[in-house]
Design a protein around this ligand. Sequence first.
Ligand code: BTN
Length: 348
Amino acid sequence: MTTKEQVLLLLQKSGSTYISGQEMADSLFVTRASIWKAIKSLEKEGYDIEAITNKGYRLRIRNILPSEALLQNLIAEYSNADGLTIPSIPVKLFESVESTNDTARDFATQNPDSECIFIADTQTKGRGRRGRDFFSPSGTGLYMSFLLYPNTDITEAMKYTCMMAECVYQAILSVTNIETAIKWVNDIYYNDKKIAGILTEGISSIEDGSLQYVIIGVGINLFNPYEDFPSDIKKVAGSLISSSEESLLESTGLGYQELRNRLYAAIVYEFMKHYRYPSEYPFLAGYQNHSMLTGKYVKIVSYSKNPIPANRKYALVTGIDDDCRLNIQYEDGTSDSLFSGEVSVVKY
Ligand code: BTN
């Protein structure tokens, strides 16, 4: 491999994290001048390389979406490895959409009863729960929505959020070996930062409450965004792979792009496996075991009985029940189960 090719590989492996000229020179046993020469010649070939004094270089990746065929092959690779046949589901890929959940909803209106998965490199109006925005920059995240037609009713829809959370946990573990944690109901945390969220939406019949369709949207911050997180989420938001996990790309032998493609495929595989064969692949025990809240004191930020009474603001989480409700014990000793809502961990 030429120095130029090796430099390209190092840049690809470090994703959105800067790598200094010295680090590259040290790891390739060449001079800094040859690194600089390699960078210049990569730029001439059209690579968009950012250089910042005291930080180093990073490659801005554009248009890195895989083809549908490549994704389907990867999904098949996972199911073959498990000796399982999962009926294939179409996957549609987009450079940019407002929100993949909205794309799924529009598709459902025009193509009734067609299940499909929607993936976008970036979302211009990504949505989170409770009317929040979901920051969805290009090149560094995964944004995908599953449009499905389960034969169930609206009260069951929440279980798909929990099923997806457990599947995202499993997919990340199998691709990267990283153990994340699930924060009830729909968040994935790593190193005390939120790295992923899930938004489940459904259309149901007013007459009998049956679900017409459900859309389960997943957003993951894979690498640190090129422009950093917006100030309102900077304290809580993190990414799965930041500078401290760079070596992970080394140890898995996966380049940035392949890692992202494998994660897309692993999430599709894990979710479709649990969704199609719920009795063979129950998700609940995993969801309960991987919950980061059990045993923690939390502040109840919101729940069904708003406003929250003064003596109901803090509680100890005692577990997650079989309906995915959060079991808690208030300070006066009384117990409760939250069906939905939001809590934050209190640091004593
Ligand atoms: C949350 O954290 O509150 C949920 C975030 C869900 C984000 C995903 S990204 C793909 C899909 N499209 C959206 O607009 N939202 C979900």
